[in-house]
Design a protein around this ligand. Structure first.
Ligand code: SF4
Length: 338
């Protein structure tokens, strides 16, 4: 939903200024799926909005649900024919998290990531980012449920589309928008330092996650080309500055890849890297086979976890959703399952 388009239509109709607020409330708070449902707007305005503003900039072309029923992946098409993916994760606690894409494709070329192998098409607009959330929010609303948290961990690097992402977050967060608390919104970056610096200066309590995946520059250079521009020797000081500004916990995402980054020595190197910082937390993520890489065994994952714990690192195993529908971390590739 492009609220700027709504504004234009209302202005052209010489509508009173408060009508925009009413329209926005109908879309984001009441989660209407047709302008006819915006009953507080005069019929003539509803008719104009119906003619000129689509309820969504995205069209659903396929969906799949995990066997456990806890993950739903949507394949969506933009108005210019690009394919993106969005995932709803339903937690046992009753929370509903939407994993949002910020770009069609991704330019970052991380070696283990299906999206990275697709190449980059373009940045998504803030309306396209919001529409991914609205898609699920409207469905959940029918079941008297709501979206409780958002993670910017889908296709794309959010800090390469900073303004659109922060603009979308303003609406997600607003009391008369989707009213999702900033503490329930997380941005994950592969390590774009200027984005981290900008986020540190925002007066918002958004969570920051860093896709780390390697404890040394040598290995990170191979897995994540971004490391050549922003190596660990620059990234870690930038994160420390972020902590000084925000005093907010930083998550480090670490995919465990068989024979690549999952040894006891690498657990020690990771512990050395993150030592002495109480606001760091490591999320160990089970890797899902893509390309030439495969998942570390259960035993290795447990040993890696235990080693970090012994070294005093705050660490959890992240719950994985949707592996069977290619919706898990690193698997979003914009392909329709046959
Ligand atoms: S892991 Fe993230 S940043 Fe890296 S290629 Fe995939 S989508 Fe892009």
């Amino acid at each position: 939903m492009d609220i700027q388009e709504v504004k234009k239509v209302l202005e052209n109709c010489a509508a009173e200024p408060f009508r925009l607020k009413q329209a926005a409330r109908a879309v984001f708070a009441r989660l209407i799926s047709d302008w006819d449902e915006a009953s507080d707007l005069p019929i003539a305005l509803r008719e104009q909005l119906k003619k000129q503003v689509l309820m969504s900039s995205l069209t659903e072309i396929a969906r799949s649900q995990s066997a456990r029923g806890d993950a739903t992946k949507l394949i969506l098409r933009t108005s210019d024919g690009l394919i993106i993916e969005t995932v709803l994760m339903k937690h046992q606690t009753g929370r509903n998290t939407v994993c949002v894409s910020t770009q069609a494709g991704c330019p970052m070329q991380c070696a283990f990531c299906a999206t990275g192998q697709q190449g980059f098409k373009r940045n998504l607009t803030s309306a396209e980012i919001l529409d991914q959330v609205l898609h699920f929010a409207r469905e959940l609303n029918q079941q008297a449920e709501r979206v409780s948290s958002i993670v910017f961990m889908g296709m794309g690097e959010p800090f390469h589309n900073y303004d659109a992402v922060l603009d979308a977050i303003s609406t997600l967060n607003a009391a008369d928008g989707l009213n999702i608390g900033a503490r329930h919104i997380s941005i994950s970056t592969c390590g774009i330092i200027p984005g981290i610096e900008r986020l540190a200066k925002e007066a918002r309590q958004i969570n920051l996650a860093i896709s780390l995946h390697a404890p040394t520059d040598d290995l990170r250079d191979k897995l994540m080309p971004v490391n050549k521009t922003y190596p660990l020797s620059k990234l870690l000081p930038a994160i420390r500055d972020y902590l000084q500004h925000t005093n907010r916990k930083v998550m480090f995402e670490y995919l465990l890849i068989e024979g690549v980054n999952d040894s006891q020595q690498q657990a020690d190197q990771l512990a050395d890297l993150l030592a002495d910082e109480r606001l760091y937390h490591v999320n160990l993520i089970r890797f899902h086979r893509t390309g030439n890489f495969s998942s570390s065994s259960r035993e290795k994952r447990d040993n890696f976890f235990d080693r970090l714990k012994q070294r005093g690192v705050s660490v959890t195993h992240r719950v994985s959703f949707g592996e069977d529908i290619q919706a898990a971390c690193g698997m979003l590739a914009g392909k329709i399952n046959s």
